[in-house]
Structure formats: structure tokens, C-alpha cells
Design a protein around this ligand. Structure first.
Ligand code: NAD
Length: 308
């Protein structure tokens, strides 16, 4: 299969490296020139939970060089999806499936607005932790599960075929008829810890044990839960606070990516995590003041730290 990974950063490099190692024609497309040059010169090194390998991949900053692909994986951060999807237009033909894999809310919808709803599917990853060690060199800690679903409606044979390609590269993959449920279940957990950990500069476990941050965390989760319910999202639990505490208790030492981004002076994805809740709340006429305040505090912190 001819596959393009647009945004071959930490996660994108894991996808590109493993799919390339499985024998597919992989194009790594990124705006990071030094990384593209390193991949061209020496291949893409992916090491960590899946082993250690250096894979020859095609690499470019210009999607037109790759041409139409069977599968396009959009693996940028959420706020980069609009630009990445626009740049990806030359990769998309009538039979192309575009898989948009971001944390938070809205990445696939943004991609669909640019590349066509009929072409775009949704990916949700769990138990992954990846980082760039250097240009051309990514590391990953976990690769538990890739969940795939259509933007709306049940899984199609086209998506199942793509899932098989991922499985053939060693990923554990499950397809779901209702990906909206998975997106929101993950979002509720992310709301409970992303903003509060970033503000408290602490781990999930420390948020849980702090009497004040744990109240803020519970309120973030409860607001997100109420909004999801009002939107008609199916959720398999009734007590959001118990749900996120159970989630947090399994990863007490975790530092959510929003905190890691702030520590590295990078702009975070807070706008599509806690920041998504007040936006959607407005549509369903609910208040979400805690998520709104937390988002404002994180944004202010980003400005003060000079995050870019
Ligand atoms: P990253 O910053 O490492 O990678 C993004 C890449 O996209 C960068 O290399 C950047 O140069 C490139 N890019 C930006 N704009 C582009 C454009 N217009 N065209 C092409 N390339 C462009 O980010 P990441 O950590 O790999 O995260 C990607 C997504 O996966 C995020 O939504 C993140 O929340 C999610 N995620 C990450 C992890 C993790 O551990 N890194 C785990 C789970 C989920």
C-alpha cells in the first residue's frame, strides 16, 4: 500500500517507521526540514517498545512529490491539522482514506472540512508515549491500542482493510462503530488531568491527592460528561468522577502532554482538550466555567513562558 504520514513527528514517525518496516511504500511528509533531510540521508530510526530499527522511507516537505496515496495519516498536533490537511490535498484521490489521529476534539472534523467528509476516518490511540530524540530518530514507550472508526456511522470494509494493514505492521487495532463514544471517553479523562496537571505542574497522582486540584479535576470531568450527555454521546458509565479517578489511579506518575509542552515551551493542545468543553457546551446551552477558567489559565501560562 502507498502510505503518506503527514506530520511525521513523534507519533507519525512511529507509524511511518513500522508501516515502512512492514514493506509498504511510505512517504514521511513534514515541515521540519532537518528531520526530512535526516530521513532522506539515513532513513528513519524508531526505537522503544517495538524494538529498534532504521527504515528507509521517502521523505519530503512537499506532498506533491508523493502524489496520490491509498492511505494518508494526519499525525500533526490538533492546531496544525488545518494546514496539514491543506498541504495534503495532492495526496488524496477518489479511493484514498485519510486517517486523522489527534488528541482532543475536532481534528478529524477539521480535516473533513478540507478533504471531504467521505474520505476521512478517525483514529484514537491509547497507551502510546512517543518523543523525538533527534531529527530522523523517534522513541516510543508504549503502543497499546489503535482504535479506528468512521467519522459517522458503522465501520466500512475500506476501513477494515486499512486496519489490517496496521495489524500487519505489528499494531494492535480495533475498529469501532461509534468512535464518538471513544473520543469523548478519552476527552473526559484528558479534561480531568491535562489542565489541572499543567496548572499544578504535577502528575496525575498528585492532582488526585491534592484536596483542591482534585476538586478542580472532578469539576472538569463532570462538565465534560454533562456536555457529552447533552450532545447525545453514548457513554458506558454514569459517574464521571469515579471513572476519571479509576483512569488516573492506573497512571499516577503520568505527566499529560499539555504539561510536557509547557515545560518545553511549546504551545499545547489545551484549546481542543479543556478548551473544547465550553465551545461545545454553548451549542447545547450548558455552562462550563471550570474548563473555561482552566483553559484561560493555561493559555496565560503559555504566553508568560513564551510557548511557540
Ligand atoms: P509532534 O509535534 O512530535 O509531531 C507533529 C509533527 O507535525 C512535527 O514533526 C511537525 O513538524 C509536523 N507538522 C506541523 N505542521 C505541519 C504541516 N502543516 N504539514 C506537515 N507537517 C507538519 O506531535 P506528536 O507528539 O507526535 O503528537 C501528534 C498527535 O498525537 C497529537 O494530537 C498528540 O496529542 C497525539 N498523541 C501524542 C502522543 C505522544 O506521546 N507523543 C501520545 C498520544 C497521542
Amino acid at each position: 500500500m502507498k502510505i503518506a504520514v503527514v506530520g511525521a513527528g513523534a507519533m507519525g514517525s512511529v507509524y511511518a517507521g513500522l508501516l515502512g518496516a512492514a514493506g509498504h511504500e511510505v512517504w514521511a511528509i513534514d515541515t521540519w526540514r532537518e528531520h526530512v533531510e535526516a530521513m532522506r540521508a539515513k532513513g528513519l530510526r524508531v526505537e522503544g517498545a517495538s524494538g529498534d530499527r532504521t527504515v528507509p522511507v521517502h521523505a519530503t516537505t512537499d506532498a506533491a512529490e508523493a502524489g496520490v496515496c491509498d492511505l494518508v495519516i494526519l499525525a500533526t498536533k490538533a492546531m496544525q491539522v488545518a494546514a496539514a490537511a491543506t498541504a495534503a490535498k495532492p495526496l488524496v484521490g477518489p479511493a484514498t482514506l485519510v486517517l486523522s489521529i489527534q488528541n482532543g476534539l475536532g481534528g478529524p472534523d477539521t480535516a473533513a472540512g478540507i478533504l471531504g467528509r467521505e474520505n476521512v476516518a478517525v483514529g484514537v490511540v491509547g497507551g502510546f508515549g512517543a518523543s523525538m530524540r533527534a531529527a530522523g530518530h523517534a522513541h516510543h514507550n508504549g503502543w497499546e491500542l489503535v482504535r479506528l472508526g468512521e467519522l459517522a456511522g458503522p465501520v466500512t470494509p475500506h476501513l477494515e482493510k486499512v486496519a489490517e494493514v496496521w495489524r500487519g505492521a505489528g499494531f494492535r487495532v480495533k475498529c469501532f462503530d461509534d468512535i464518538g463514544q471513544l473520543v469523548w471517553e478519552k476527552l473526559i479523562c484528558n479534561c480531568a488531568y491535562s489542565g489541572p496537571c499543567a496548572i499544578g505542574e504535577c502528575t496525575t497522582g498528585e492532582v488526585m491527592s491534592d484536596p483542591d486540584l482534585s476538586r478542580v479535576s472532578a469539576a472538569c470531568a463532570s462538565e465534560a460528561f454533562a456536555v457529552a450527555k447533552a450532545k447525545g454521546i453514548r457513554l458506558d458509565f454514569d459517574d464521571p468522577v469515579a471513572y476519571v479517578r479509576d483512569f488516573g489511579s492506573k497512571i499516577p506518575k503520568a505527566r499529560p502532554s499539555v504539561l510536557l509542552d509547557l515545560m518545553a515551551k511549546r504551545k499545547s493542545e489545551i484549546d481542543v482538550i479543556n478548551g473544547a468543553i465550553p465551545r461545545v457546551a454553548k451549542d447545547v446551552r450548558l455552562p462550563a466555567p471550570v474548563n473555561d477558567a482552566i483553559t484561560a489559565l493555561v493559555r496565560s501560562k503559555e504566553r508568560r513562558l513564551g510557548c511557540r
